[in-house]
Write a new protein. Structure first.
Length: 80
């Protein structure tokens, strides 16, 4: 979950307007399988980029490319 949360936060950050910040306001993870060894990869993509929120979906894949988790999180867009 830490990997998915970090990848989602980076994805949200890359979609922020200039001088804005972000914080997670909601996160849900479905664990679909176990990884006992090898590498895992996270792929995050924005589902919605709005003025006040960004919704990101992150898949966590094992070394063979099998999805082992999916996280959907909502990030608040904070501006001064």
């Amino acid at each position: 979950m830490t990997l998915a949360d970090t990848a989602g936060a980076v994805c949200a950050f890359l979609n922020l307007p200039a001088e804005a910040r972000t914080v997670t306001i909601e996160s849900k993870t479905n664990f679909l399988g176990a990884v006992r060894d090898g590498k895992v990869t996270a792929r995050a993509r924005p589902l919605h980029v709005g003025k006040t929120t960004i919704v990101v979906e992150t898949d966590v894949l094992d070394a063979s490319g099998r999805r082992v988790a999916r996280t959907t999180q909502t990030q608040a867009v904070l501006t001064d």
